[in-house]
Design a protein around this ligand. Structure first.
Ligand SMILES: [Fe+2]
Ligand SMILES: [Fe+2]
Length: 284
């Protein structure tokens, strides 16, 4: 894998950088000494981002009865992690704007990741998992490698897509066979550059093979399931073959069909309330 992976990643010249606010936020959240006020000030320095973020803060998704008018209040009420979710969502969808790839819809891509983010958070809450904190962001980022791959490794990406279609199999399997790495590897490479915490990076890398996770299994498993549920939900015409939920994960979560039904229903409710999030996805 090393050689091909290096060739692809080293060849990427104009990789988008996250707004410095998000990078700083990632490091500030890690420090226990960071105050709501400090983060509030950091975000407020960027008025465009602040306006977008406040719109999301006040959206039906969070359902607050009274309007929240500044970021510091939002942090006090929602917590650091939620505000990070919001700021990331408010800046993410524009990152690769204008980069067109034949046969690849960025709009559909971001819709899938947003549904996966909502799904991961919903599932984590349903399981009573502490990972509910990081689930949304990880869902939002889980397939980011696929986008980078489509844009920066188009020839290989096309070959993978064609073979997956011909053989009616999963793209990540074909990626492994043809290239020796998959879009999870590219995504985790980017996650490292963007300074996300290790457990998020690992869950991006192993979202298609959660049984390989030695640490952070719970978050990894949640994102694995949320991705599959999101694919079952988005009824897109050229969607890829839907994988099955790993047996290990099924057993570890003691999942039942009934539980899955409940989660599906809650995700549907979440999607309905997330219109302001979906509205941020650029139209092609
Ligand atoms: Fe994936
Ligand atoms: Fe996915």
């Amino acid at each position: 894998m090393d050689k091909q992976f290096k060739t692809l990643t080293e060849g990427i010249q104009d990789l988008p950088t996250l707004p410095s606010v998000v990078l700083k936020l990632n490091s500030m959240i890690r420090s226990p000494r960071t105050s709501a006020q400090q983060i509030g000030e950091l975000i407020s320095n960027d008025p465009a981002l602040t306006a977008k973020a406040l719109k999301l803060v006040n959206s039906a998704f969070y359902g607050f009865p009274r309007k929240i008018t500044n970021i510091t209040h939002a942090i006090v009420i929602l917590g650091f992690q939620k505000v990070r979710d919001i700021v990331l969502a408010a800046s993410m969808f524009d990152l690769f704007k204008g980069k067109r790839v034949v046969g690849f819809s960025q709009g559909e891509f971001w819709e899938h990741t947003l549904v996966a983010a909502i799904g991961a958070e919903t599932l984590a809450k349903e399981l009573g998992s502490p990972e509910a904190q990081d689930a949304f962001v990880t869902g939002l980022l889980h397939d980011i490698g696929k986008l980078v791959f489509a844009i920066h490794g188009f020839k290989e990406y096309e070959a993978v897509r064609k073979l997956a279609k011909d053989q009616d199999t999963q793209t990540f399997n074909v990626e492994m066979v043809l290239l020796g790495f998959n879009h999870g590897d590219i995504g985790s490479w980017l996650g490292e550059k963007w300074q996300f915490p290790d457990k998020i990076i690992q869950s991006i890398r192993l979202h298609h093979s959660p049984e390989a996770a030695r640490e952070y299994r719970e978050l990894n498993n949640i994102v694995h399931v949320a991705d599959i549920m999101a694919r079952a939900i988005d009824l897109l015409p050229n969607r890829e073959k839907i994988p099955v939920i790993s047996n290990d994960v099924w057993n570890e979560f003691r999942m039942s069909e009934q539980m899955l039904d409940t989660v599906y229903q809650r995700i549907g409710e979440g999607i309905d309330k997330a219109k302001d999030f979906f509205a941020l996805i650029p139209k092609e």
